[in-house]
Ligand binder design. Structure first.
Ligand SMILES: NC(=O)c1ccc[n+]([C@@H]2O[C@H](COP(=O)([O-])OP(=O)(O)OC[C@H]3O[C@@H](n4cnc5c(N)ncnc54)[C@H](OP(=O)(O)O)[C@@H]3O)[C@@H](O)[C@H]2O)c1
Length: 349
């Protein structure tokens, strides 16, 4: 399948859709990634925090050594973990990611979240195993960004960018950087369209990537636990929740949040185009110049999600879809007591 590409402000090209790997079960990831590559995905989205880079590296290496792919055909994205949010942490964790992924460079390295957790010598970091952790109240975006630029100049990453940063935080980086961020990865779906941020990024030549583009279905639908966001949770608890949201080991259900794909308006538009609801919302991203990175462990749904380049939403569809934007955010970290008082907490409003 021929996937359209976009050009980053570094001049590098990036596929118009990516494959999200968070929360693919450990045992499933090898097979799932194999399916994803067969289906045509070339942008693979991971993070040090997901603890799945080694499996991804193994599969990609097999494809390359068997001559089925060249390294330059891939667009590999990984992210600096929150406990790497200090200047020396950048090269430390980037090098570990490169080793895990069995590559000499990644195509894009992102700062995963704007707030930091104190780093420790223990491996793996206790944030990954539910151990005690401490906020780092001195997270300094500008000194971290300088190190990001250094790693790009040294060739360990071809482009650099941000994730979960708000407009003011991005502006600050833009005002002081030598190399502009190429991308911003944020939660973005039909209920959280992020118009202001998307427009701001367009003006500044930053490409937006939509995480949870289907509304993070595994987290928001189902029949189990409810009310996680209603109690004040200490930091360890929010990290446990963050792990559940980001890692493959756990699965939680939040029936208190709406399911994007069951929306009657989206269902109506899907019927009109003889497409699925998932294809409609992913196509909506593409037509906005946003790169969606849906996750699926299912071969059929992976194929479905990438098969969105043979039809177009018309003006009426776009107008209807725009009406669905009600600001529902699924990942806001608000379960941690006091998190909103952190200086770098990005979702203050
Ligand atoms: N930068 C960040 O902080 C951040 C945060 C969260 C996520 N991410 C990235 O974004 C990626 C995607 O986000 P996400 O996993 O939260 O949510 P998502 O892609 O919106 O939703 C994934 C869920 O939707 C289901 N699904 C996939 N295709 C479907 C289809 N065609 N029809 C119906 N259901 C479908 C999947 O189930 P099946 O697997 O059973 O198909 C899975 O339960 C992650 O994997 C990760 O790479 C980044």
């Amino acid at each position: 399948m021929n996937i359209p590409v976009l050009t980053l402000n570094t001049g590098k090209i990036i596929p118009a859709i990516g494959y999200g790997t968070a929360r693919v079960n450990d045992g499933e990831l090898e097979t799932a990634l194999d399916f994803a590559l067969k289906a045509g995905y070339r942008y693979i989205d991971t993070a040090y925090y997901y603890q799945n880079e080694k499996v991804i590296g193994k599969v990609l290496n097999e494809w390359i050594t068997q001559g089925k792919l060249r390294r330059e055909d891939l667009f590999i994205v990984t992210k600096l973990p929150p406990f790497g949010n200090y200047p020396e942490g950048v090269v430390k964790y980037l090098k570990q990611s490169l080793k895990n992924l069995q590559v000499n460079y990644v195509d894009l390295y992102l700062i995963n979240i704007p707030f930091g957790i104190k780093d420790v010598e223990t491996v793996p970091h206790p944030a990954l195993t539910g151990g005690p952790v401490e906020w780092d109240l001195k997270t300094d975006h500008l000194s971290i960004w300088k190190e990001m630029e250094k790693q790009m100049n040294s060739g360990l990453t071809k482009s650099i960018g941000l994730s979960n940063f708000n407009k003011a935080q991005i502006e600050m980086v833009l005002q002081h950087c030598s190399i502009k961020p190429s991308c911003l990865q944020i939660e973005l779906h039909a209920y959280l369209q992020q118009n202001e941020l998307v427009d701001f990024c367009k003006k500044n030549d930053i490409i937006v990537m939509a995480y949870s583009p289907l509304g993070s279905r595994s987290v928001t639908s189902g029949n189990a636990k409810q009310g996680l966001r209603k109690t004040n949770k200490p930091l360890d608890e929010v990290l446990r929740i963050f792990n559940m949201l980001c890692l493959s080991k756990y699965l939680i259900f939040r029936v208190d949040l709406p399911d994007v794909l069951s929306n009657p308006m989206i269902q109506k538009i899907a019927k009109k185009h003889s497409k699925t609801e998932a294809q409609i919302v992913l196509r909506f991203d593409v037509q906005r110049g946003v790169i969606p990175i849906p996750k699926s462990s299912n071969e059929g749904r992976m194929k479905e999600n990438i098969d969105i380049f043979d039809f177009e939403l018309d003006e009426e569809d776009l107008t209807d879809l725009k009406l669905l934007d009600d600001g529902t955010r699924f990942l806001d970290f608000k379960d941690a007591e006091g998190i909103e008082d952190l200086p770098e907490y990005p979702f203050a409003n």
